[in-house]
Design a protein around this ligand. Structure first.
Ligand SMILES: *[C@@H]1O[C@H](CO)[C@@H](O)[C@H](O)[C@H]1NC(C)=O
Ligand SMILES: *[C@@H]1O[C@H](CO)[C@@H](O)[C@H](O)[C@H]1NC(C)=O
Ligand SMILES: *[C@@H]1O[C@H](CO)[C@@H](O)[C@H](O)[C@H]1NC(C)=O
Ligand SMILES: *[C@@H]1O[C@H](CO)[C@@H](O)[C@H](O)[C@H]1NC(C)=O
Ligand SMILES: *[C@@H]1O[C@H](CO)[C@@H](O)[C@H](O)[C@H]1NC(C)=O
Ligand SMILES: *[C@@H]1O[C@H](CO)[C@@H](O)[C@H](O)[C@H]1NC(C)=O
Length: 334
């Protein structure tokens, strides 16, 4: 809402200029950053944008420059943005000291800065538990490394308070929804929008999700291997109590030399059996790689990555597989 108001103000400041596009084609993304919407297909490729150095500075002495070239004089000037050419305009006193700047970015209709990961989405969000903390990551396209200009994350309710910070390396953000209650049902999705830029081109990428949809338990730690029986616990980062946040597990046994990630080609001529259990214990046959992963038992969200255990030597011949339904020490603790 604020943005619209600010843009409207800017629009009224702008003097009428004959043939050029007069509808509102620019808006304030954040202080000192203006975005110009350019639609090359509709020939809206020239947009006049008023820039203001600041009320604190007198009118006469202000000089504007972009890329080392002087582009105007006076506290307020109008610059014409053509096609995808934005700029970083700075204003200086007559004596040359820096006063202020406005970054003018251009948004087209194409998406070129981010690349889809696994052909699915531009942004991948996940959360290890229900604390309201989550992480989102993305991939720069090969030819255009970018910068994050702004991250916006809200739920539609006015009381939401989600803060995000850019992680080291600039390839992901960590966010915290401070009003999120792990024990209550979420009624509104989080709307996350990432503004990224490459030179003066800016693009906007959005994702909407419930924490429940992005939750992905950390990898399971296999805690005990006794002959052919495996035991494991809940990930330390999973929400507690475990009775309220139960996990369900998948286990499978695959041939040596294979990885747990194998889906169909694990075993020639034979489908690998996938077992589901709520127990933290499983008994298997010899000569194997044992795999286990976890998922929230109450909703169909993402599985953890597989944990695998490679047995070195064969152990006895009896084929023995049983599913133990009893709850394990992890739940007994509470
Ligand atoms: C510098 O420019 C920004 C963006 O236009 C404006 O919000 C700010 O008030 C200006 N600073 C001063 C000191 O006038
Ligand atoms: C734009 O110019 C200002 C002032 O010189 C500088 O602080 C800022 O980093 C520049 N931004 C970009 C994206 O070049
Ligand atoms: C959001 O939470 C942080 C940390 O508790 C606090 O500093 C900030 O003022 C809150 N913002 C809003 C809009 O409530
Ligand atoms: C999500 O947020 C972005 C940026 O604030 C906004 O443009 C978009 O309309 C929002 N989407 C929904 C569905 O609320
Ligand atoms: C929940 O996950 C966040 C990171 O996503 C982590 O910082 C936090 O410690 C986890 N909570 C618990 C109880 O482990
Ligand atoms: C769970 O989600 C997966 C992938 O989104 C889907 O293939 C599967 O059918 C779903 N299972 C249930 C029980 O809804």
């Amino acid at each position: 809402m604020n943005l619209v108001l600010v843009s409207l103000c800017l629009l009224t400041l702008q003097s009428a200029k004959g043939s050029k596009q007069q509808t509102q084609n620019y808006w304030v993304l954040k202080p000192n950053v203006i975005v110009v919407d350019v639609n090359l297909a509709q020939a809206i490729s020239k947009v006049d944008v008023p820039l203001r150095c600041g009320d604190a500075y007198g009118d006469e002495d202000v000089v504007w420059s972009n890329n080392g070239e002087q582009v105007g004089q006076g506290n307020q000037i109008v610059v014409t943005v053509e096609e995808m050419l934005g700029g970083n305009y700075s204003c200086h006193s007559h004596a040359g000291s820096f006063l202020n700047h406005t970054l003018v970015l251009v948004q087209g209709t194409e998406r070129r800065i981010l690349e889809k990961s696994h052909d699915t989405d531009y942004i991948q969000c996940s959360s290890r538990n229900y604390s309201g903390a989550f992480q989102c990551s993305w991939k720069w396209s090969r030819s255009r490394n970018g910068d994050v200009v702004l991250v916006r994350a809200t739920r539609s309710s006015a009381t939401s308070n989600i803060t995000c910070s850019l992680d080291k390396g600039g390839l992901s953000i960590t966010c915290q929804d401070r009003t999120h209650c792990p024990y209550a049902e979420e009624t509104e999705r989080i709307n996350l929008t990432l503004y990224v830029k490459n030179r003066y081109r800016v693009e906007e990428y959005s994702q909407r999700f419930y924490i429940t949809e992005i939750v992905k338990p950390d990898k399971i730690k296999i805690t005990k291997v006794d002959k052919s029986t495996f035991e494991w616990g809940y990930p330390e980062t999973w929400s507690s109590p475990n009775s309220y946040f139960p996990l369900t597990f998948q286990v499978k046994v695959i041939p040596r030399k294979k990885n747990c990630e194998c889906e169909s080609g694990c075993q020639r001529n034979k489908r690998v059996e996938l077992h589901t259990t709520e127990s933290c214990r499983w008994t298997v046959r010899e000569g194997f790689v044992f795999c286990v992963r976890a998922q929230d038992a109450l909703c169909n969200s993402t599985w953890s990555d597989w944990s695998q255990y490679k047995k070195r030597r064969s152990m006895g011949k009896k084929i023995h597989s049983k599913q133990n339904k009893a709850r394990k020490p992890s739940t007994a603790r509470e």
